[in-house]
Design a protein around this ligand. Structure first.
Ligand code: NAP
Ligand code: MG
Length: 496
């Protein structure tokens, strides 16, 4: 019997009005049912938005440090339940248990960081040009926030949005990815237990094409925060443009790691294995391209192929497994179609390129770690996000060409360079077109208190994480207090 999950609306756990559900199964094992989730419609969303709207007036008046205490309590509960949350997450989306523990930990870190921000939420005070007059700018909540999240970080990404939105005084509705609602339902139970009042936090499970679309069009949602593909991001911005909603977009990536001839190659190898095959390549910051200086190219490719061939695939609950399945049959087909494209484009398959179906893995969506060599910048596998364990290797003649190849992408999320030359490292920091640059580290590994996001088609200029997320979830108000007792006209009554 599979477990039944519900929406969380106005402080109650409710089935979809239509009574329809969607069933989810473990991508590592089709025999393992996770549960049945509401297949909600616009009607369910309307109830959630009405609840959030009603709750907003009281919630925005709760002092920020006290709102933040609820988030802190949620973080404490997450910490107590970390192992259960992580195990369920591995069953729900397949990544290995060490990584789902990291995903949960990121949620806990965000809770504690944001709990502290409740006592900061810094504004600005500044001198003004007239005497006996005071100037400052303060942050106010935006209102009702609509949050739409992907499946690859089922806890971390929802918490990046939910916790700052709540600390800033907004009320929220979250629509989790259809593949991973169970983790968000767990977050809902935790916020309920932490004492977040009814209506302040709501969950509406359902498809992007129904609930997601309805969110874009809803007049009572004031800000939309989305993480997902660039294709859907474009759609959201289009509709958001018409309704003049604030829209924050965190989108795809085609991240590259550069390895220069002077680098520590063993370190660079460890980095690329983790960056390319961690989360089975299904991270927005995954290493999808490896750019090698020609003098070390052959040696590094050999090291890579040998090591990637030894990675252990399987059910992520087994602590010795290093690579889990892809999230779905559909995702595996997409990944494989890119492998066919790469072959047709003339890249050379050095490893993998096929389904992995040995033993119990036949019950899941496993794909062999894959390496293409001889990739050139105009190939589709060099440009498009594959979102799977497929790495494209480029050979370049020097650091300058390496950086040019790295920048030859419509995306700009994460980037990495391995070198011992401090001058080249700083040149990379200055010249790589990306929101994140790692020096002597892989393309993944963001911490919650630094800005997170990218340039070009990776987003629309916002940054999550750190204090910068409050530019998504607050409106600025400028305040002038004139204590001169007379009319003082700015720009006019100013004596130079
Ligand atoms: P996706 O297909 O764009 O879906 C993301 C979310 O949007 C899901 O909840 C989805 O619902 C919903 N959605 C789909 N169509 C919609 C529509 N028309 N209107 C409103 N919502 C809609 O992305 P994904 O496949 O879940 O995730 C993978 C992508 O996310 C990759 O491109 C990856 O790079 C990106 N990503 C970016 C970051 C970042 O911070 N930059 C982080 C992680 C992932 P359903 O689940 O029902 O489809
Ligand atoms: Mg999708």
């Amino acid at each position: 019997m599979s477990h039944h999950f519900n929406n969380y609306i106005a402080g109650e756990w409710r089935a979809a009005k239509s009574g329809q559900t969607v069933e989810n199964r473990n991508p590592a094992d089709a025999d393992d049912a996770i549960g049945a989730f509401p297949d909600s419609s616009a009607e369910d969303l309307n109830e959630a938005v009405a609840a959030a709207r009603e709750a907003f007036e009281a919630w925005r008046k709760v002092p920020a440090p006290l709102r933040a205490l609820k988030v802190q309590r949620a973080g404490e509960l997450m910490r107590e339940r970390k192992e259960d949350i992580s195990r369920q997450m591995t069953r729900e989306m397949g990544k290995v248990i060490a990584e789902t523990r990291g995903d949960t930990q990121e949620g806990i870190d965000t809770a504690f960081y944001m709990a502290g921000e409740g006592r900061r939420l810094f504004g600005v005070t500044t001198p003004v040009e007239l005497p006996n007059k005071f100037g400052m700018a303060v942050r106010r909540p935006v209102g009702v926030a609509g949050l739409i999240t992907p499946w690859n970080f089922p806890m971390a990404i929802p918490t990046w949005k939910v916790f700052p939105a709540l600390v800033a005084g907004n009320t929220v509705i979250i629509k989790p990815a259809t593949y991973t609602p169970a983790t968000v339902c767990e977050l809902g139970s935790i916020l309920e237990e932490a004492g977040v009042p009814s209506g302040v936090f709501n969950i509406v499970c359902g498809r992007g094409s129904t609930v997601g679309e309805a969110m874009l069009h809803h007049n009572e949602i004031n800000v939309l925060s989305f993480t997902g593909s660039s294709a859907v991001g474009r759609r959201i911005n289009e509709v958001g443009g018409k309704t003049l909603k604030r829209v924050s977009l965190e989108l795809g990536g085609k991240n590259a790691q550069i390895v220069l001839a002077d680098a520590d190659l063993d370190l660079a190898l460890e980095g690329v294995l983790w960056g390319a095959y961690g989360t089975t390549g299904q991270r927005c910051t995954a290493t999808s391209r490896l750019i090698l200086e020609e003098t070390i190219h052959d040696r590094m490719v050999q090291m890579l192929v040998d090591a990637a061939a030894k990675l252990k695939l399987g059910n992520g609950l087994d602590e010795s497994v290093q690579v889990g399945p892809l999230v779905s049959a559909e995702q595996r087909e997409t990944v494989h179609s890119y492998v066919e494209i790469g072959r047709e484009e003339g890249a050379e398959l050095a490893l993998g390129g096929e389904y992995y179906e040995e033993g119990d893995c036949a019950r899941g969506y496993f794909y062999r770690p894959t390496v293409f060599v001889g990739v050139t910048p105009t190939m589709r596998i060099a440009q498009e996000e594959i979102f799977g364990p497929v790495l494209s290797v480029f050979k370049v003649k020097d650091a300058e060409e390496a950086m040019r190849v790295l920048n030859d992408s419509s995306y700009g999320l994460s980037s990495s360079i391995y070198t011992r030359d401090v001058n080249l490292a700083f040149k990379a920091i200055e010249d790589l077109d990306a929101g994140i640059t790692y020096v002597n580290g892989p393309t993944i590994g963001a911490e919650v208190h630094l800005p997170f996001g990218g340039v070009k088609d990776t987003g629309n200029g916002h940054r999550e994480g750190s204090f910068t997320v409050f530019d998504v979830f607050t409106e600025w108000k400028s305040v002038y207090v004139d204590y001169s007792g007379r009319l003082q006209r700015a720009q006019i009554d100013v004596e130079e």
